[in-house]
Design a protein around this ligand. Sequence first.
Ligand code: ADP
Ligand code: MG
Length: 703
Amino acid sequence: MPTANKTSPTKPSKEKAPSSTASKLAASLAKLGLRSDMDLVLHLPMRYVDETEITPMKQAAMQGGQMRQVEGLVTACDVQYRPRRQLVVTIADDDAQMVLRFLNFYGSQVTQLAIGTRVRARGEVRHGFFGSEMVHPDYKVVNENTPLPTQLTPVYPSGVGVSQAGLRREIRSAMGKINWQDTLTPALRAELQLCEFAEAVKLLHTPPADVDESSLEDRSHPAWQRMKFDELLAQQLSLQRAQAARRSKSAPSFSLVGEISNAFLMSLPFALTGAQQRVLSEIRSDLCAPHPMQRLLQGDVGCGKTIVAALAAAQALDNGYQAALMAPTEILADQHFRKIAAWLEPLGISVVWLTGSLKKKEKQAAREKIEAGTAQLIIGTHALIQEDVKFAKLGLVIVDEQHRFGVDQRLTLRNKGHDEASADKFIPHQLMMSATPIPRTLAMTYYADLEISVIDELPPGRSPIATRVIDQERRSEVIERVGAAAAEGRQIYWVCPLIEESETLQLQTATDTCAMLQMALPHLQIGLVHGRMKPAEKQEVMAEFIAGRMQLLVATTVIEVGVDVPNASLMVIEHAERFGLSQLHQLRGRVGRGSAASVCLLMYQGPLGLVAKQRLMTMRATTDGFEIARKDLEIRGPGEFLGARQAGQAMLRFADLETDQWMVEQARDVAQRLLKNQLPDSAAMVEAHLLRWMHNKEEYLRV
Ligand code: ADP
Ligand code: MG
């Protein structure tokens, strides 16, 4: 096991930090999120080291490769220069000696470790040239009577400017100041078989030497169980309270499903699938209610979420309100606009487009229509949440690919319909859409304040996508295959490798790939879209592809989300090993939208790392978005899954969603009972518990 700070010099520890450095320390602690005494107390060790025993050096020498603590008097202390500058200290006990070797050291250490000094050192015992030695041991100067700790020594998550000794000191001092009162009553603790808070925290900071170390390590120890439960309970309480708070707010009730909705449905060239009908009725009944809807519409790529969103918008319009749809990219916003405008404009609805790329005048015109209320349905990108955009009467906010937006962005859009000054303090309804299904535990812990609707059925006539994983070396075969597909009248996507380091390089690669393919397939019409193109240019190329005048579209990941061309049935992804699972799933979802059998070719460059291999195998094994999301969670963990901004403050520190799922459910039930006042002292417990665990973090969970 590595010791803390192995490579940096072991600074002689000072007893007390001078006050000039106190504010520096406070700043470093703040970086670790440690601001209050309670923060410090809840900063729990990641692991422990055992300094409770001294091993005689003779015995330690026979147990090479182990972490051991030895104690003895310095018999030699020299700075040597061969093979490189180093401090070599020899210490001896009754019948053996040990060399302590420091490759980085301070001059002060040479004086500190003068001959005759008693030193206690802890490190891995190795057999060096001059007998047994420790390289960069943790050590301290002691005297004959310095007691050994009777407890394991905690090792804390740490950062720049905070030493372990400093953390231990701060935590110890904070432990003397906080209110230890248990937030759960003895009756509830007994029911849940949980130990006391104080007992748990104290044990984790200072475990007795005889504690079952493995249960601390895998966090199954009752003390850890208590901390995890507390954390989960706080999260559940806060989420459920947010939900109740939302239900107490008002939103316009769209009780009329009228002319626009009906005419729209009648005009559709297809019938809704059963799943679409079901989620539509869920949304409709939410929209009728006088509280803001907060619903997540989930469904795998291609299942037909757009039409459901447009029908929701129609209901807002039927009731005299505006609706806004925000998408994460221009291409996607543009596609939504085309599709939805084609549906709704014939019915006399004013659909307005607003993105950053519009000319100044066009933007101005759009903004005026939005503010005057003549624009009924507004579709766009982040441009919708610019400050100068004001809505006359915004009643429904729709966010496509919601995980691409931060909490604050969604909040900003929602607040556009929430005019504090006006008489009706309505909050608009909110519909979020995502093709990335959220596994159940995640939904319960992070999205508990979302109603969830799932479209679990694809429109009829789709054929499954076959996925193949192919070595880059077989590129020429892949190109042949592209030619053959084009000859059959199919369309093809070719996704260029992701080059995260450099946008310029990415662009170059895309251009080169396009030229290479054009050379290999001279008869084909080939187009290129990439992130650096002007939106108008992008749209021109996309329009050619959509119209079928172009057979092959070479693209960077700009086509990742939402693009819908049913005649495209072959997807080639280069350097697939560089993409994440959900990205691959999204990309693959661009094909398989028509009746032709579709194929996705994942080209990779070997050798593959373990994670990349796992991802590609998952892709080959399944097209089920839920299964893929579950794997993704397993491989990447929830942080990345949610996107940093979304997870933000709400991250769980102690509980593990995989192994502690049962506890999530337990915490949810207890939170429900507490909030319904079903237990003695419910209200007091809720207040105390949230105060201890949530401080200022609640805001994040409310959106
Ligand atoms: P996504 O859920 O990925 O956003 P879209 O809304 O883009 O999917 O729909 C995918 C395609 O399926 C579109 O071409 C859409 O017009 C079509 N579609 C949607 N619903 C149906 C349906 N009930 N029957 C037939 N085609 C449908
Ligand atoms: Mg979509």
